[in-house]
Design a protein around this ligand. Structure first.
Ligand code: ADP
Length: 741
């Protein structure tokens, strides 16, 4: 009996120590209840251990010592237990203070409880035992236990009544059971002494039973707390994303609800599957470096496309024990991307068709205009009759307007489709300004307007930039200024500022004394097809595209354009552009230059070259007639042919100085003809400059032709003066007789 009791008490003490320590190691002391529970297990085990030691003693002094230590543990456990119940019952105010304070009465009680004169030790059948001597202390001791038990029971009842959740009520029941077990054990122990009997370790054994219930309460409480451990399980089952857990042999172990729904099977059915039964995956999808991988896969069951993330799960030895596979069904997204790709291809095709249509339209419209303008220019050159000259000039103006219109529409659609590119080349600002002045002077003069260019003579002239576009921007603004000014003047003031070593910030301010623009309309100026102040401008030709193109081109060049205007008095358009300086030359005096460059458009014949030979190739005979007519005064020897094949024949037989070659011809087109010309072994005209003549005037085509190997480019309708200038450039200098007029 004695031995059995001994082993029981010590065995239970060891188990309690173990349970307390392992729970503590697992959970740590995150909050108050963890600490209290841990302390309670230590006190409980200590209680059992030391009171147990009392029973195996033969020496009363030693027994008294162990009892004194054991009593500390008893009181410690009571304090912890009381505080745990207070914590769980969430009691507040006076009741809390009373309960917390009362349990601490054990501290003043302690010295009396352990005093040897108050306790009698004696040997019994179950070992050394003791009895508190009757008197005030024993009454106080019993009273302490009774009141404490009543307190704790009240707290449990309070919790049972006040707490509304079922789990809280369950905790209250468990606590009540604990209190009753401890209370019963202690009461029995204490009561025995009243009957002159020594204490049998009932309370010591009972408190182990209470400790088991307390442990269950604590675990139950922890199970319903919001902790990462609890929630990860909850999250695993509740997420909609299918989550699969495979073991290291790629056999499915567990699935969440999302995965079961995804596969359309019960959880049990799912768990019979292997990885290859679910996904079509690359062979080595699970053999990757690192701990995470993302792969594309197809799901057998659903025929869906999935993006799969695979996480390796390791054991403590860093060996793989399984894989977590999270599946994202991307079928819809992939299908949408495919749809978008198809739409994009369709849009690209439509865009290509639009560009082709525009290029074609440009070609188709320009070809007849070429005939009209060319023939008209010949009328202007050859007639002496005043009224005929007048009619021909009207035709000339109308055709020029038509050309500007076509060019604007082509440029606009090219910019809109993002195909307009800035092509930077070196150019002379001086020549550009001269050309602009020449072009605008006639228009201004026709309206009786004074046109002035104020340009500082030291402005750097050798620049790198897109000359064609700079010219287009300025010409547009200058022509508008002339168009919308009835009397007065148009002035372009140029200012410059050096930015760094080789950058130049140019400011072109075009001021007119014209009709002006209302403040509220300034914001609309750069919108496409928007002509403002219709009443005022309806008599003036225009489409409302010019400024929109200007604005877009300036944006392409990272420049800026601003407008200041006083309605009825005039406007100033200011353009700022940055260009690179590539040489030392400056603009100098412009007016002199303009004077020199002036050309008599009516007459033509900048030069004569009776010994020069030109081969003109165009399938349209009217165009050939125009070329002949335009070059009549130059007395150049012109051979006209109407196909690429004939071009090759003639070039093989005769040495020509320049070949004017049309692009769009039936059969062999201009580009193919050029390539054959270059490869022809017996080509007598292999040194001839080949200039493409084309009605394709879309922005950027010039570069395309130069890339194909043409020496130069001339767009239709051919202007006599441009043609002559090109020929001066390419005909051998010894053939040319300058200024024959
Ligand atoms: P368009 O001149 O072909 O109508 P623009 O885009 O060049 O088209 O100009 C848009 C509008 O801006 C014109 O219709 C005109 O009302 C106004 N505008 C442009 N320049 C001036 C100017 N210098 N003075 C007054 N109004 C102007």
């Amino acid at each position: 009996m004695k031995d059995l009791l001994f082993y029981l008490i010590f065995g239970l003490a060891s188990i309690t120590y173990f349970v307390g320590l392992s729970e503590f190691a697992k959970r740590g002391s995150k909050d108050r209840i963890d600490k209290l529970y841990f302390a309670s297990t230590m006190f409980s085990a200590g209680w059992g251990l030391f009171i147990g030691l009392v029973f195996i003693q033969t020496d009363k002094n030693l027994a008294a010592l162990f009892r004194a230590i054991g009593t500390i543990h008893i009181f410690g456990l009571l304090i912890c237990f009381t505080n745990m119940i207070i914590y769980w019952s969430d009691i507040q105010g006076k009741m809390k203070q009373w309960c917390t304070g009362f349990v601490w009465l054990c501290v003043p009680l302690y010295p009396f409880v352990i005093q040897s004169r108050n306790v009698t030790f004696e040997m019994t059948a179950y070992g050394m035992s003791y009895r508190i001597n009757s008197g005030f202390l024993s009454i106080a001791y019993v009273a302490f236990y009774v009141v404490l038990t009543v307190n704790l029971l009240s707290l449990s009842i309070y919790m049972l009544r006040r707490r509304i959740r079922r789990r809280e009520k369950d905790i209250a029941y468990l606590l009540m059971l604990c209190v009753l077990i401890v209370g019963f054990g202690c009461a029995l122990d204490t009561l025995l002494q009243f009957f002159g009997l020594s204490a049998f370790p009932i309370s010591t054994l009972g408190q182990y039973a209470a400790q088991i219930v307390l442990c269950k309460t604590y675990l139950f409480y922890n199970g319903s707390r919001v902790t990462l451990e609890n929630m990860s399980k909850f999250v695993y089952y509740s997420v909609d994303e299918p989550v699969f857990l495979f073991d290291e042999t790629e056999r499915l172990c567990t699935v969440n609800n999302g995965a079961a729904i995804f596969l359309g099977m019960s959880t049990e059915e799912c768990c019979k599957l292997r990885l290859s039964d679910i996904f079509i995956l690359e062979r080595d999808a699970f053999r990757f470096r690192g701990s995470k991988n993302r792969v594309e896969a197809r799901c057998w069951q659903r025929n869906s496309i999935c993006s799969i993330s695979i996480d390796k799960i390791y054991d403590d030895y860093k060996d793989i024990i399984g894989y977590i596979v999270i599946v994202h069904d991307v079928t819809e997204r992939v299908r949408m991307l495919e749809r978008l790709e198809r739409e994009k291809q369709r849009a690209d095709k439509a865009n290509e068709a639009k560009s082709a249509f525009l290029a074609n339209m440009s070609h188709e419209i320009r070809t007849p205009i070429n005939a009209v303008m060319g023939m008209n220019e010949m009328i202007l050159r050859e007639t002496e009759e005043q009224s005929t000259i007048e009619y021909a000039k009207n035709i000339q103006n109308a055709s020029k307007t038509l050309l500007v219109l076509i060019n604007d529409i082509l440029d606009f659609s090219k910019i809109e489709s993002g195909m307009m590119e800035v092509v930077e080349e070196t150019y002379s600002l001086k020549s550009l300004l001269n050309a602009l002045h020449t072009e605008c002077r006639m228009r201004a003069a026709e309206k009786g307007l004074a046109l002035t260019f104020a340009v500082p003579e030291d402005t750097p002239s050798e620049l790198l930039g897109d000359e064609v576009r700079v010219r287009q921007i300025l010409l547009n603004i200058l022509t508008n200024a002339i168009k919308y000014t009835i009397k007065g003047s148009v002035t372009m003031t140029v200012a410059y500022e050096r930015v760094g070593a080789d950058e130049l910030k140019l400011t072109f301010a075009v001021t007119d004394t014209g009709i002006g623009i209302k403040q509220e309309n300034i914001g609309r100026l750069f919108g496409a097809f928007d002509r403002i102040d219709e009443e005022q401008v309806h008599a003036i030709e225009g489409t409302g595209l010019g400024l929109s193109i200007v604005n877009k081109l300036i944006n392409l060049m990272n420049g800026s354009v601003t407008v200041e205007s006083v309605y009825g008095q005039g406007s100033t358009f200011t353009v700022c552009l940055q260009q690179k300086i590539v040489g030392e030359g400056t603009v100098g005096s412009l007016q002199e230059q303009s004077g020199k460059q002036e050309i008599d458009h009516r007459g033509g014949g900048l030069f004569a070259a009776p010994d020069a030979k030109i081969l003109a190739v165009d399938d349209n005979k009217v165009n050939l007639t125009v070329i002949r007519g335009l070059l009549r005064k130059t007395r150049v020897q012109i051979t006209c042919v109407t196909s690429g094949r004939e071009c090759l024949d003639y070039a093989g037989k005769e040495r020509y100085d320049v070949i004017l070659l049309d692009h769009m011809m039936p059969g062999m087109d201009g580009i193919e003809t050029l390539q054959k010309l270059k490869k022809m072994p017996d080509n007598k005209s292999k040194d001839a400059a080949v200039i493409v003549l084309t009605a394709n005037a879309m922005a950027g085509v010039k570069e395309m032709y130069l890339e194909k190997g043409f020496d130069d480019y001339l767009s239709k309708p051919i202007e006599g003066v441009m043609l002559e200038q090109l020929l001066i450039k390419y005909l051998p200098a010894e053939c040319i007789i300058q200024n024959i007029q």
